[in-house]
Design a binder for this molecule. Structure first.
Ligand code: MSP
Length: 467
């Protein structure tokens, strides 16, 4: 493997960025930074962006009394700002209203149409604008979309174009079973496979009454269904962003579990129909709740990235979000627990370790070694997307380093050679930790590296002031 192409979902611009979006983007940023260290900056492509067409965005713009494009422009900027604040180093930010993207989408769809995978039919049924999704009878809970119980599904009856998903899904299943692409974690893969073994219906891929979208190339009275337009972003970026051609197929689509079916099945079906290579992996992470409740505007419990940064700093926020629970699982977060974990792991454990050792080093001169090699386990865990596990191991190492100080009591050592030996061990350990923490908390790691460059190590201001 000599390149790594990683993507996040492209976020709807009907709403401003919140910590749910930040969760996925951060996890992707950590992986991208890790792979840049491993493969070199030039061999990693990290794509994120915004999903700007469709009914949901058009509706939000209307409520604000601006055109959808103006609205999308302003919210896309909000996303870029949020990622900058969180120190997210993406390589390209794609917007589905970019004409270069629209061109790739039209061409791809035209090809699938010409090759006979699309036909005209009529759609009758319910549509959830919240999900931008056609609902099947079996999905309904009390006649409502389970994810948007306070939004009435809209009844639609229109002539649409359909993708032969019933036929293509058989090939999708075959490819999953042959391991031609991977769906992770395994339980999610099993869910997808289970659904694929049941009857899969053809799906409508165009809309008659939604002008805010890319026109269907052979029938300008319709627009392309927003999800089809959106999924193609992963591929289109590699066609029109200069020098990125070699990155397709993607190595990893990181998504939330809510949108796995679109990525694991519909996206693959489109690619198979178009004769394009399939991405290698799709990882669906879990969802977090806040104090046991779904994060939602109506509950007023939405946490913004800014709010977290104000309280915990950029690296504090990065650490707390990713160390809250396993990437594949669902979890619960609370500011109270964040406070406690910030103080325990960052202020008292890591921050304290660094400041204690730096202070002790002030009395002597130490030639600190360069960072040792990254442990194999670390790489293995990260490449298996176990970000949580990696941070747990590091946490354990910080604890043992603090214990090592307590045990050796360097402040009592009078023999200078012995003292230098102990401090050298500690400084080397700290540099190792900084190196391993680099993808997670890059600014802090750099600060530590600068501070511990020998021979004269000096105390600095606390890395994570106690709350
Ligand atoms: N526009 C589509 C994606 C198209 S990708 C081709 C979309 N956008 S979204 O703005 O609704 O973002 C959904 C994504 O945000 C989830 O898949 C997940 O990555 C992230 N999350 C939103 N809320 C979240 C939580 N509460 N917890 C974890 N991730 C969350 O769907």
């Amino acid at each position: 493997m000599n390149k790594y192409y990683i993507t996040t979902p492209i976020y709807y611009v009907n709403d401003v960025p919140h910590s749910g979006h930040a969760y996925t983007t951060l996890a992707a940023d950590i992986l991208a930074r890790y792979f840049r260290q491993k493969l070199g900056d030039k061999n990693v492509f990290f794509l994120t962006g915004t999903d700007e067409h469709g009914q949901k965005v058009a509706q939000a713009a209307k409520e604000k009394g601006v055109s959808p494009k103006e609205y999308a422009d302003s919210v896309a900027t909000r996303f870029k700002d949020a990622w900058k604040l969180l120190n997210i180093e993406y390589d390209y930010f794609i917007r589905t209203t970019d004409p270069s993207h629209e061109k790739v989408v039209s061409e791809l769809l035209q090809k699938i149409y010409d090759d006979g995978f699309i036909y005209k039919g009529s759609y009758k049924g319910l549509y959830c604008i919240g999900c931008e999704k056609f609902l099947t009878e079996t999905e309904l809970v009390d006649g409502k979309c389970p994810l948007h119980p306070n939004k009435e599904p809209v009844y639609q009856e229109e002539k649409n174009y359909f993708l032969k998903l019933s036929e293509l899904s058989k090939k999708v299943l075959e490819k999953i079973e042959k391991g031609e692409y991977e769906i992770l974690p395994i339980e999610r893969k099993n869910e997808v496979v289970g659904r694929l073994k049941q009857k899969v219906e053809d799906i409508s891929i165009s809309r008659a009454g939604v002008p805010w979208g890319i026109p269907v190339p052979w029938d300008k009275s319709q627009t392309i269904y927003v999800w089809v337009d959106a999924l193609i972003n992963y591929y289109s970026a590699t066609r029109f962003v200069e020098g990125k051609e070699k990155y397709w197929p993607a190595d990893l689509h990181l998504v939330g579990k809510d949108i796995l079916w679109f990525h694991a099945v519909i996206w693959q079906a489109l690619l198979i129909a178009a004769g394009i290579a399939l991405p290698k992996k799709i990882f669906a992470h879990g969802y977090f709740t806040i104090d046991g409740q779904k994060m939602s505007k109506s509950l007023g419990n939405v946490i913004s990235p800014e709010q977290l940064i104000d309280r915990y700093g950029v690296d504090g926020t990065r650490y707390l979000i990713i160390s809250a629970y396993q990437l594949g699982d669902d979890g619960d977060i609370s500011l109270q627990r964040f406070d406690a974990k910030y103080n325990a792991d960052l202020a008292d454990a890591l921050g304290n370790l660094v400041s204690r050792v730096a202070k002790l080093c002030e009395k002597v001169e130490i030639d600190t070694p360069g960072p040792s090699r990254i442990p194999e386990e670390y790489s293995k865990d990260l490449e298996n997307f176990d970000l949580y596990g990696v941070l747990e191991v590091i946490r354990g190492q910080v604890t043992s380093a603090n214990r090592y100080i307590d045990k050796n009591e360097p402040w009592k050592i009078t023999d200078e050679k012995k003292l230098i030996g102990v401090l050298k061990t500690l400084a080397a350990k700290i540099l190792d930790l900084a190196n391993q923490l680099k993808p997670f908390i890059p600014e802090t790691s750099e600060k530590i590296e600068k501070q511990f460059k020998g021979p004269k190590i000096k105390s600095g201001s606390p890395l994570f002031p106690r709350l």
